[in-house]
Design a protein around this ligand. Structure first.
Ligand code: PBG
Length: 329
């Protein structure tokens, strides 16, 4: 066998020109694998920049069309919706209201771009006054009281036309509750993408500014995962698979590439990875300071997530990345 170090082996031969490098390129990125998160807010005629996420905006429903059109033109074929309601309450009522922001945004997008896949995040944190992902009982998030509310939200989003519902609350058995409710409501075609291995992460910071969903007390470590635990992540994924998830997710992506790779080797379901707000903002901040080349850094990160084994990448770079991919194709 020829080993590295043998005088006959010269690996640089395969790197000499762009053409040759592309010929032997192992990991392809395609715009069709990207999902663009969208923040939908109350009001009309609003396009509002998010300070901690340069280039990302909150849109009122009537203003979504322009952005979704840009995504479509760039080649992005899927969006993930988050709602930011005018009023929040203890029970997160706006999350499962049939005329809530996510159902309205879904209907709007589907009527104008029927082939755009619409995914809807299913969680209470953007809708509760306390900012936790479920309802409270004695200062704790009550798992089983939260499940029917998540299920109701998922059914409302699916009824409005969402192709995919994506529970992110990290409640035990949330996928089962949602799958059963969808099936019982005559919505067996709706895809469930579980945020299966969602870690309690500092990298959600900018999102919480964007969605106004910072918990008013405590943190999320009693339901989101400990970042030190990879074996437990496999148990979470296994659980979601058993409960009927169609797609599993690892989130965040970059600090958990090993978890993506491990999941890839163990499971045959499609794997989504969420390149979260903090992962986006750190590249933006450094590049705005002239410390990093934004395009190269972003594409390197997205390629690494794909190389680790993700089929689907949820990223705030979706529009830019899709346009960069067009330029190089
Ligand atoms: C919960 C949810 C969060 C994100 C996606 N879904 C926030 C959280 O858990 O605090 C974070 C996404 C990001 O940081 O980009 N609804």
């Amino acid at each position: 066998m020829i080993e590295k170090g043998n005088p006959d082996v010269r690996l640089r031969r395969l790197r000499r020109s762009e053409t040759i490098r592309r010929l032997v390129n192992e990991t392809d990125l395609q715009a069709s694998r990207l999902v663009a998160p969208i923040f939908v807010r109350f009001g009309t005629n609003v396009v509002e920049p998010i300070e901690a996420m340069p280039g990302v905006h909150r849109y009122s429903v009537d203003q979504l069309g322009g952005y979704v059109n840009r995504l479509w033109e760039a080649g992005v074929r899927a969006v993930l919706l988050f709602g930011i309601p005018e009023s929040k309450d203890e029970l997160g009522t706006q999350a499962y209201s049939s005329d809530g922001l996510v159902p309205r945004a879904t209907a709007e997008i589907k009527s104008r771009f029927p082939s755009m896949a619409v995914a809807a995040d299913v969680c209470l944190c953007e809708y509760t006054s306390h900012g936790h992902c479920g309802v409270l009982k004695g200062g704790e998030v009550d798992n089983d009281k939260t499940l029917p509310l998540l299920a109701k939200a998922a059914v409302e989003y699916a009824r409005a036309g969402a192709d995919i519902v994506a529970p992110s609350a990290m409640m035990d058995r949330q996928v089962a509750a949602i799958r059963t409710a969808l099936d019982d409501s005559g919505l067996p075609e709706t895809i469930v993408m579980g945020y299966s291995a969602k870690f309690a992460s500092s990298f959600y910071g900018p999102f919480r500014e964007a969605a106004g969903s910072t918990p008013s007390f405590g943190d999320r470590r009693a339901y989101q995962m400990n970042g030190a635990n990879s074996r437990e992540a496999m148990r979470e994924i296994e659980g979601d698979v058993g409960e009927g998830a169609d797609v599993i997710m690892v989130k965040p992506a970059l600090p958990y590439l090993d978890v993506i790779a491990e999941a890839r080797s163990r499971f045959d379901l499609p794997i989504a990875a969420y390149n979260v707000s903090g992962e986006y903002s750190m590249i933006k901040a450094a590049s705005l300071n002239g410390w990093l080349d934004e395009r190269r850094a972003a594409m390197e990160v997205l390629t690494s997530i794909r190389r680790a084994g993700a089929d689907i990448i949820i990223t705030y770079f979706a529009e830019q990345a899709a346009n960069w991919l067009k330029e190089t194709s």
